[in-house]
Design a binder for this molecule. Structure first.
Ligand code: GDP
Length: 222
């Protein structure tokens, strides 16, 4: 085998080696929370995934924890209507929380209002909420409804990280543009982490960076 081929094989092996941590463990769904009364007892820190309907929240959770089908994914926007809690066997213990997507206009008005109230009350009042990952579709950039959630998080003093999703669906030039526009807009949001993370659940882009981000917060705060 030529030396370059041998080197490539070694590189590939190194890259495939999973970094030990909470995302190499099996993850499980614990419960769906339809209203604040049903939240688990406070203790472990929580990471909530927020974003417009169909932004790719469920796909991102499945890709992060390497478990297809753990969080439900669907082509039908608005199917996740409750706060869904996920955990793994890792110390310090922490939860990932999939939230109802906001901005879904086709559902009945009362339903949309109920989900919106649940999301807002949870984001404002949950003391163990360590970070919110605000997911934004890389094709669309920030929308007014994202701005509303970001302002709510500023007011509540909850740090958030913008995560661009579906980065595989845009050209590198368009991605650079949306990153710059988003980071410029984040200057108006004191609770925002200043840099955005670009991800693709399809290609795996940015997933290891996001796992590292979460793991570092768990180690600091847990
Ligand atoms: P949710 O409503 O935010 O949970 O969104 P889903 O995870 O159900 O995803 C909505 C749609 O976008 C589905 O058809 C997914 O297959 C698709 N999708 C999600 N993430 C990606 C991605 O990173 N790349 C591509 N190309 N499609 C994605």
């Amino acid at each position: 085998m030529p030396p370059e081929a041998k080197a490539m094989r070694t590189d590939a092996k190194v890259r495939d080696e999973p970094i030990a941590g909470p995302f190499t463990r099996p993850w499980r769904f614990i419960k769906s929370v339809p209203a604040l009364d049903f939240l688990p007892d406070m203790g472990p820190i929580e990471f909530a995934l927020a974003g417009r309907s169909n932004v790719g929240k469920s796909s991102l959770i499945n890709a992060l924890v390497r478990h297809n089908g753990l969080a439900r994914t669907s082509n039908t926007p608005g199917r996740t209507q409750e706060l869904n809690y996920f955990e793994t066997d890792w110390q310090p213990k922490f939860y990932l929380v999939d939230m109802p997507g906001y901005g879904f206009a086709k559902a009945p008005k009362e339903k949309v209002e109920a989900w919106t109230a649940l999301v807002k009350d949870y984001l404002r009042g949950r003391q163990t909420l360590a970070r919110v990952l605000v997911l934004v579709d890389a094709r669309h950039g920030l929308k007014p409804v994202d701005d509303e959630i970001m302002s709510l998080l500023d007011g509540a003093g909850v740090t958030f990280q913008i995560v661009l999703t579906k980065a595989d669906k845009v050209t590198p030039k368009a991605l650079a543009y949306v990153i710059a526009a988003t980071e410029a807009a984040l200057k108006r949001h004191p609770a925002a982490f200043p840099e955005v993370l670009s991800t693709s659940s399809d290609t795996g882009l940015g997933l290891e960076a996001l796992r590292t981000y979460i793991t570092q917060v768990v180690e600091e705060r847990g």
